[in-house]
Design a protein around this ligand. Sequence first.
Ligand SMILES: [Zn+2]
Ligand SMILES: [Zn+2]
Length: 337
Amino acid sequence: MKVARWYNNQDIRIEEVPTPRPGPDEMLVKVISCGICGSDIVEWYRLPRAPLVPGHEIGAEVVEVGPSVKKFIPGDRVFIAPKVPCMQCDYCKNGHYPACTNITERLPGGLAEYVLVPNTLIENGAYRLPDSISYDQSTFIEPLACVVRAQRLAGVQQGQTVMMFGCGMSGLLHVMLAKTKNCRVITTDLNTRRLELAAGFGADIIIDAAENVAERLESANDKKADVVILCTSAMSAVDQAWKCVDKGGVIVFFAVPGPDKHITVPLNDFWTKEIQILTSYYCGPPDIMNAIELIATRAIKVDDMITHRLPLKDTPRGFQLVLDKKESIKVIIKPNL
Ligand SMILES: [Zn+2]
Ligand SMILES: [Zn+2]
């Protein structure tokens, strides 16, 4: 079978490897759709494991199951999480699924014609797709689950003012999710095309990030934001975010600057205003279930975000499209096209 192996963003090779055969408690799935995530192009995050086959937004069809697999049969349409928490350790019990100490197995990357699914993922990380979710739509389950979790941790509530920095795919999903809660949604980005898209997806106020964002926010809205969500790793956004959060508000680092970057927190000011800073990394099983529900019921409509569908051999181009951010929102690779 063919896989796309990532060495770095400029060096992605289509390689031939043996098609795996499932052991007694494993299953083989055929990847129909796999999204390229914004995190797939972050070299500081991915390089330590390179070369690797990326892809964790996988919609697939079960083609072969080992004799002791009872949960799925060939022909089943599935979404598979890239890793699953144990749900038993103290971290899991406290809802910090991504910090689970017992995660040992990871799903092989989805930018491949086939993926061998280990048993722990079959049991706790594979979800049968409802008929109302297409394979292409299923590539949004994992990113939306991360968005669901971030807004849950931030306690986003009906009617709040929620502000997103960065209108890439995650920022747009945040916009749509906040609109399902009737929030007043404000977005800012340097890319004006993306800002217009955000308006199309429901953002009430869009602000060009080249302007004085805090001033524009206060003149366009009668208050600052209750929740600020950073969906960009740009350092300039962090400084602006500090100025846009209201008293008692929350700032969520959904994306973070690179490991070599240090940020200064106006702690004294935040202390008197009781401003919280949160991080949200990845998602957990309850968020995945919630995301499936949101997509299946069309509460979140994802189709209009898909800008490119490419065959596996065009994976290098897919990465370039995601990297240069100009014409793409969601790039989906179709390994078996
Ligand atoms: Zn992702
Ligand atoms: Zn655990």
